[in-house]
Design a protein around this ligand. Structure first.
Ligand SMILES: CC(=O)N[C@H]1[C@@H](OP(=O)(O)OP(=O)(O)OC[C@H]2O[C@@H](n3ccc(=O)[nH]c3=O)[C@H](O)[C@@H]2O)O[C@H](CO)[C@H](O)[C@@H]1O
Ligand SMILES: [Mn+2]
Length: 331
């Protein structure tokens, strides 16, 4: 009994200590410390010492792992050469789903051109473009090993339905074709551009990205759906992170589960004349609360210049394009 109590006590002390290390920003600096940059570099217990190739960066200003032990991906926390070698051995195929309906076809050119420069360079990439205007899809030159496929889909009058119905189309295509053609899927908004490296470090069974507007806020400030009657409901005292709806991914099997859940949740709400506050994003957050992502991307991986810049985000890798909401969403 005494033994158990002291174990519990030690665990508590350790947890509190770790929370302080993870949560407290250290005076606005990045708090990065290369384990090789110091003359007598310190080794982390259980870490890899002295192996230049293996070394990473230890950040003490941000959380680098979730409480359920999923890595949170921040700049410099991984060695891309090791990861690339591992994924090349598996000859991994990555599908990127993109929806460009109505006026949103204007975003495609910049999206694909910047993806060719920064997204999964050197790996097999299949762009899956869904549109109601196939004639408006520009022809773009792609690097070897990369293909682009256009599928015509019907549109919806309301922009909210266009964004939400992506889940239905993704889930149907998982069963019909993605499962035969790719290993991983990345699902992204189209009004985005890449401006720095995004590679296989993001891949995992199922990954989600922290919304750039919420990573420094307490959970009470998250804009989750709060009406218990909605299928997107998250109670005030729950919610790990506020994840963006514009970027998530994983294996085809896992993304099928995500998209199928979100679509069914939307349809159940629709039958009761309810629409979750932030549409597909709300249902996605609900899913990830109970089926936790196996990897979480820091806001480096989805930034929006509306939030300015942050010392915690030295690299903005994938950024929302500024747009005139009313004009672009009109018919
Ligand atoms: C940064 C972020 O959190 N983004 C989310 C937020 O985005 P946004 O306000 O950025 O939504 P948005 O206008 O980009 O719409 C989402 C996506 O739906 C597609 N689309 C939409 C309208 C249209 O006429 N044609 C078309 O193709 C397109 O791929 C677009 O990128 O809120 C939406 C739902 O409220 C979604 O959850 C988005 O993922
Ligand atoms: Mn968007």
């Amino acid at each position: 009994m005494v033994w158990i109590d002291s174990e519990v006590f030690l665990f508590r002390v350790k947890s509190i200590w770790l929370s302080v290390i993870w949560m407290v920003p250290n005076g606005g600096s990045f708090g990065q410390r290369s384990i090789l940059s110091e003359p007598n570099h310190t080794c982390l217990v259980g870490g890899l010492c002295g192996e230049k190739k293996m070394a990473g960066v230890v950040r003490t200003d941000v959380m680098m792992v979730t409480p359920w032990l999923a890595p949170i991906v921040w700049n410099g926390a991984f060695n891309i050469d090791i990861l690339n070698a591992q994924f090349h051995k598996r000859d991994v195929r990555i599908g990127l789903t993109l929806f460009a309906l109505k006026k949103y076809t204007v975003f495609l050119k910049n999206f694909i051109e910047t993806a060719e420069k920064y997204f999964m360079v050197g790996h097999k990439v299949h762009y899956y473009v869904f549109t109601d205007r196939p004639q408006d899809i520009p022809s773009l030159s792609l690097a070897e090993g990369r293909t682009l496929n256009v599928t015509e889909v019907t549109s919806y009058k309301r922009w909210q339905d266009v964004t939400m119905r992506r889940m239905q189309i993704i889930s149907e295509n998982c069963l019909q074709r993605f499962i035969y053609e790719v290993d991983y899927l990345v699902c992204a908004d189209v009004d985005m551009i890449f401006s720095d490296h995004v590679g296989v470090e993001i891949l995992s069974d199922v990954f989600a990205a922290i919304h750039p507007g919420f990573f420094q806020l307490p959970r009470q400030k998250f804009t989750h759906e709060r009406r218990p009657e909605s299928q997107g409901f998250i109670p005030k005292d729950e919610g790990d992170y506020y994840y963006t709806g514009c970027y998530f991914g994983g294996t085809v099997e896992e993304i099928y589960k995500v998209a199928n859940f979100c679509h069914n949740a939307m349809m159940a709400d629709k039958a009761k004349n309810i629409e979750a506050l932030w549409h597909d994003e709300s249902y996605l957050n609900r899913y990830f609360l109970y089926y936790k992502p196996t990897k979480v991307l820091s806001p480096e991986y989805v930034w929006n210049n509306y939030y300015g810049s942050s010392v915690y985000v030295p690299s903005k890798r994938f950024v929302h394009v500024e747009k005139d909401y009313v004009r672009i969403r009109s018919d």
